[in-house]
Design a protein around this ligand. Structure first.
Ligand code: NAD
Length: 354
């Protein structure tokens, strides 16, 4: 048995898949996430970028120069006229602006939109309706699903190395410099909508839709300009699976007790992934991937190397889903708006309950 496990474990790794020639990407929104994650990811995966537009043109020009992106557009309409459906639209603007952009895209095009899908369930439903009406194949950048260590965990689970999954825990106790995202000041919802939503999506992606979600999200007395910055979330999968998310982004007390991990336990083994990126943010520390298999002698935690991280590598996976759908390799992106709207429904339910 141990030999079989060792053989299987040799194949658990992350590498960037080669999906061949792709249509070029054109980007709407030249903000922080495009500069630090989208464009570095596309560079790693050889995904060509043909243009970028932003309401703030100098911002778009600066990023275009840094990443060798060709002609610049003054307006979205120009970008659409120039590219039609011969591209993939990559929309990375605040959620409340996504719908108006989709409405201006050509029918039957392919698009990736940044999470969240609008700022609440009404906006999410409206975005879904626009995609359906215009026959746009759109996916959502819930990219934690495709982070290298998550893909490795999924491989281990698929090989049966963990047995039946019975415990899924996400724990974050860090100091997050929220001021880096100016649009969050004054936003009616913050922590779950902009951060824990990734974990809700991940758990749902791996365990399916829960029966219920229960949450309490709280503010911080020293951060009155912001709404929720800490959350406790329970996803109810019945009597035999515990799934919980606990986040505190206001631990401004040095590094000693900062921590951020995803722990998945099964009947035969467990995985613990350290989300180093979230600690000492934005510098981060190293991630790690540890696992243990029941019955092995000696029974001990071991490590696997992880080649890549959540940012930027996971962003390759989100875009690859759209490219694969556009190339008819799959019938629908795994991260389609149709699928991801369930993450928005759970998020809405979490806020209503809280
Ligand atoms: N998936 C993730 O992990 C992740 C991480 C960070 C941010 N995000 C999301 O990405 C989006 C952008 O975040 P950011 O940090 O880059 O914000 P940002 O404020 O740095 O940039 C947003 C940019 O969008 C531009 N913009 C807004 N409306 C526009 C429009 N109609 N047309 C063209 N440009 C427009 C703004 O001028 C700005 O430059 C947000 O929705 C955020 O939630 C996702």
């Amino acid at each position: 048995m141990e030999d079989r496990n060792n053989q299987l474990l040799q194949h658990i790794h992350f590498s960037i898949p080669d999906i061949g020639q792709t249509r070029p990407v054109v980007i709407i929104g030249a903000g922080g996430i495009v500069e630090t994650a989208h464009l570095p990811a596309y560079r790693l995966a050889n995904i060509p970028v043909r243009g970028i537009v932003d309401l703030d043109k100098p911002k778009a020009e600066k990023i275009a120069a840094a990443f060798n992106i060709p002609p610049q557009y003054d307006r979205l309409e120009e970008m659409v006229n120039d590219n039609g459906c011969d591209c993939i639209y990559d929309i990375a603007v605040p959620g409340k602006n996504t719908g108006e952009i989709l409405a201006k895209l050509p029918d039957k095009c392919f698009a990736l939109i940044q999470k969240p899908i609008g700022e609440n369930i009404e906006q999410a439903e409206e975005i879904l309706a626009i995609c359906r009406k215009k026959n746009i194949t759109a996916g959502v950048n819930f990219q934690l699903r495709y982070a290298p260590y998550i893909l490795m965990a999924k491989q281990m689970i698929a090989e049966g190395l963990l047995g039946d999954i019975c415990d899924f825990e996400i724990y974050v106790n860090v100091y997050t410099p929220w001021h880096l995202w100016g649009f969050l000041y004054g936003a009616p919802r913050v922590e779950i909508l902009y951060h824990s939503i990734h974990y809700i999506d991940l758990v749902r992606n791996m365990l399916g839709m829960p029966r219920n979600i229960i949450a309490k999200t709280t503010r911080h007395p020293g951060m009155k300009q912001l709404q929720d910055v800490k959350s406790n979330i329970i996803m109810d999968y019945g009597d035999f699976i515990r799934a919980g998310i606990s986040t505190n982004h206001t631990h401004n007390f040095g590094m000693q007790h900062q921590d951020a991990y995803i722990k998945i336990e099964g009947t035969d083994g467990a995985i613990k992934i350290k989300l180093g990126l979230l600690m000492n943010y934005p510098k981060g520390i190293e991630d790690s991937f540890e696992y243990i298999i029941a019955g092995e002698n000696p029974l001990e935690w071991k490590s696997l190397p992880v080649h890549g991280s959540w940012f930027p590598h996971a962003f390759i996976g989100s875009m690859h889903e759209i490219i694969k759908a556009q190339k008819d390799i799959i019938s629908r992106p795994d991260n389609s708006v149709e699928d991801c709207i369930d993450t928005m429904r759970l998020t809405e339910h979490a806020y209503k309950g809280s």
